[in-house]
Design a protein around this ligand. Structure first.
Ligand code: C5P
Length: 239
């Protein structure tokens, strides 16, 4: 089945007001239809903005990175599952992820477990108390997510290939920390280009600043989609 690159780009709406977020969605109309709402925006706009985005025919990725006791997670995820949201992120032990899977029940909500943030490098995970390589931790968490029935993982495009190689195709791989060769990397320590992430096996790319801070977000998104399209075609041809 041919992948439509346009459906695979998710814009991180990392702005602080309803007006800015609405203006970005308007500018990107017809080019992008999948938006990530995270902790910068969500508190300012709440559930009503999520409803507005969905009602106008777009998809929502709610990136609140849930991490809590199992009963809380189960109930919180059940609430999200009634809102028409497409993706939700969480951290977790196997038990936490299983509770989330129970919470979303038979709804269409897809759960994505965070592996290792793309802003972290070896010394940061040591700082968190993990004595292993970034790749080992990514793989450990991805395996755990798959075993617990999670739908996918958030992982750097750099580790997409490793996940595909060791775990296969049962997990969606959603990759943030995407930067074209010409972009500044900002706070990412493990960024990947759209091409490399897709050739490695990523299903969806999440892009914020390179698009939302561009003077022409619509053109920037279109340029990235073009690069994605070429990479998806190459991947399909080579498979
Ligand atoms: O602006 P930028 O493209 O770096 O935005 C990336 C987005 O993805 C941000 O909203 C950030 O919170 C999120 N992110 C993530 N996991 C990572 C890296 C970034 O959820 N590993």
């Amino acid at each position: 089945m041919k992948i439509n690159a346009k459906d695979r780009l998710i814009i991180a709406l990392d702005v602080s007001s309803w007006e800015e977020a609405r203006s970005l969605v308007k500018k990107l109309k017809g080019v992008v239809s999948f938006f990530k709402i995270g902790i910068i925006l969500h508190l300012m706009t709440g559930i009503d903005f999520i409803k507005e985005i969905i009602a106008s025919g777009n998809k929502v990725f709610l990136d609140l990175k849930y991490f809590d006791v199992e009963d809380t997670i189960r109930e919180a995820v059940e609430n999200v599952s009634k809102m028409g949201v497409t993706f939700l992120t969480l951290h977790g032990t196997g038990k936490i992820i299983k509770a989330a899977v129970e919470g979303r029940g038979k709804s269409g909500l897809k759960l994505l477990a965070v592996t290792v943030l793309t802003s972290l490098e070896a010394q940061d995970i040591k700082d968190l108390g993990f004595e292993c390589s970034v790749e080992d931790l990514v793989l450990f968490r991805a395996k755990k997510a798959a075993a617990a029935g999670c739908d996918g993982v958030i992982a750097s495009g750099r580790e997409a290939e490793l996940i595909r190689e060791k775990i296969g195709n049962k997990l969606l791989v959603v990759s943030p920390g995407i930067r074209r060769k010409t972009d500044t990397v900002d706070d990412h320590k493990r960024p990947a280009t759209p091409t490399n992430a897709i050739l490695g096996g990523a299903d969806y790319l999440v892009v914020g600043r390179p698009i939302i801070k561009d003077k022409d977000p619509r053109q920037a998104a279109a340029d990235i989609i073009k690069e994605m399209e070429i990479a998806f075609q190459k991947r399909e041809k080579d498979s």
